[in-house]
Ligand binder design. Structure first.
Ligand SMILES: Nc1ncnc2c1ncn2[C@@H]1O[C@H](COP(=O)(O)OP(=O)(O)OP(=O)(O)O)[C@@H](O)[C@H]1O
Ligand SMILES: [Mg+2]
Length: 226
């Protein structure tokens, strides 16, 4: 097991968004956390990544207890996180954002081939890129980081379909290398293309789980219907 959360409760100070949530992700697995706007996908990602304090319950990476570790300590344990907003340093150039990821050159050149705009815009400040371009930059900077579990909060948001498919191929390549991915998403075709399991968050917490052949558009719409 790569990462396990046992009965975690937490949110923003007094405002407890989640109570007694449990989940786990395995080697080579893509776990999708889906749900409507405001159901708590981002909050759950932040609890897992060490951005918000866990009030009760445990988060384990193998035998290591991460529950009270800060986000940078979890990073050292191989937990890599891409936030839904503020996933790049706006004032830094594209090049500097990418070099902070300390990834390997071969992987970076593969990403440049996939997303040529990033290579063309290397000297440009990240904050002057379009929303979709910034999201791609943040995604690439995240996937370049070395780690074992990648927690991605809506990487497809605002990205055009062709580039979403390219992101999918990058995520697929990571899990083919034995990494684990926890993907917060609402994009149905991305979920259908990638998910091994789907946890559906609702107003009462985790409402249901879908697996393998059970991950159908109809079942997903059941959880995402307003
Ligand atoms: N900083 C905060 N302080 C207090 N409550 C917050 C804070 N941020 C979010 N919340 C609340 O937590 C709940 C869950 O929000 P969250 O952002 O986790 O949902 P989400 O599923 O990621 O939504 P979206 O699909 O819009 O990204 C919401 O009711 C929201 O108002
Ligand atoms: Mg969110």
């Amino acid at each position: 097991m790569m990462l396990r959360a046992e009965n975690i409760t937490g949110g923003y100070g007094e405002a407890l968004v989640h109570r007694d949530i449990s989940l786990s992700v395995d080697v080579g697995e893509i776990l999708v956390v889906a749900g409507k706007n405001g159901c708590g996908k981002t909050t759950l990602a932040r609890l897992l990544a060490g951005q918000n304090p866990v009030v009760s319950g445990r988060i384990l990476r193998g035998d290591t207890d991460l529950t009270h570790q800060q986000n940078w300590q979890r990073k050292a344990q191989g937990i890599v996180y891409m936030a839904q907003t503020q996933f790049v340093f706006d004032s830094l150039s594209v090049r500097d954002n990418l070099s902070l990821a300390e990834g390997n050159e071969a992987e970076l050149s593969g990403y440049f081939q996939l997303f040529p705009r990033l290579q063309e815009r290397q000297d440009q400040a990240a904050g002057t890129m379009s929303g979709g371009e910034r999201k791609i930059l943040g995604f690439v900077a995240t996937m370049l980081q070395s780690g074992d579990v990648y927690i991605l909060d809506e990487p497809s948001e605002g990205v055009q379909a062709e580039n979403i498919q390219k992101m999918q191929s990058v995520i697929q390549a990571k899990v083919d290398q034995g990494k684990a991915v926890i993907l917060m998403e609402q994009n149905l075709s991305m979920i259908e293309a990638l998910a091994h399991r789907v946890l559906m968050l609702g107003s009462t917490g985790l409402e249901f789980e879908l697996k393998g052949q059970g991950i159908t558009r109809a079942a997903l719409l059941e959880g995402l219907r307003v």
